[in-house]
Design a protein around this ligand. Structure first.
Ligand code: IPD
Ligand code: CA
Ligand code: CA
Length: 264
């Protein structure tokens, strides 16, 4: 029995319920609102966030709540639920089936419980600090690959790519030119981390992410035996959103590639 089993069970319940709803309304709901030039929000983002909040708040009314679309509960417990009700909104709005629900429980800036649910494949990734990581209740591990040339990597690009010089293109180029077997940009950071945890990806990096994109996924990778830092190898901070995660074996070589890219 893990210390936070009751909260992990609830994380799975809310992620699955939200995921089912997303699938249900996928064909009809196409009402899209723009948050930025390309940053969008759908009715489904808002609806699922409220669904998740209502269930969690009923069970743990004192827990704090932080979520992408603004639902919050200051609460006075030491625990904060960090939730992305729909990670991969652009994919969702185009019916590209790569999106998920990400739910984490965080204390003192560290994730204790994480659930990433992909309703397209009915894949539920869970982790509990110190208790390992699971995919549909089967234990998962990161890959054991130690060669960058045999590595499948993942990344993503920030929404402000048009306005900012820090656009990740130099890193993307560097990984292709310096040896990775392939680099994917599928459009859901939470799934990129979950797929690193179960060995489908050997590594993932991205910058300017938000706590709700990464809180659950970071714990998945760590509990699956992988490594998560920022681009220079220092501890990752949820608030800064710069993430380098890997199976551990290729971590230092990924740091070298990122350092080389930063000089150009
Ligand atoms: C986005 C996805 C995407 C990543 C963006 C995120 P959203 O989240 O995780 O993969 O590249 O930086 O903002 O907006 O779909 O919830
Ligand atoms: Ca997100
Ligand atoms: Ca989102």
């Amino acid at each position: 029995m893990g210390k936070y089993d009751d909260r992990l069970k609830l994380a799975v319940v809310v992620a699955r319920e939200a995921g089912s709803y997303l699938m249900e309304v996928l064909p009809q709901k196409r009402s899209i609102e723009k948050k930025g030039i390309v940053d969008i929000v759908t009715e489904a983002d808002r609806h699922t966030e409220k669904m998740i909040f209502d269930i969690i708040n009923k069970a743990f009314p004192d827990d704090q709540f932080l979520a992408e679309e603004g639902t919050s509960n200051p609460g006075d417990s030491a625990f904060t639920w960090v939730v992305d009700p729909l990670d991969g909104t652009t994919n969702y709005s185009h019916r590209f089936p790569v999106f998920c629900v990400s739910v984490a429980l965080v204390k003192d800036g560290a994730p204790l419980v994480g659930c990433v649910y992909n309703p397209n494949l009915d894949e539920c990734f869970t982790a509990h600090k110190g208790e390992g990581a699971y995919l549909n209740d089967e234990p998962i591990q990161v890959s054991d690959n130690d060669k960058l040339i045999e590595s499948l990597l993942a990344t993503g690009f920030p929404y402000d790519i048009r306005e900012s010089e820090q656009d990740n293109m130099n890193n993307f180029y560097a990984f292709y030119k310096n040896g990775a077997q392939g680099v994917r940009r599928a459009g859901s950071a939470a799934l990129d981390l979950a797929y690193t945890a179960c060995g489908r990806f050997d590594g993932f990096w991205e910058m300017k992410l938000k706590p709700w994109d990464i809180a659950a996924g970071i714990l998945l990778v760590e509990e699956a035996g992988g490594k998560v830092t920022n681009f220079t190898g220092d501890p990752v901070e949820l608030a800064t959103g710069e993430v380098l995660s890997s199976n551990g074996n290729i971590h230092s070589v990924m740091i070298e590639v990122l350092a080389r890219a930063a000089k150009h």
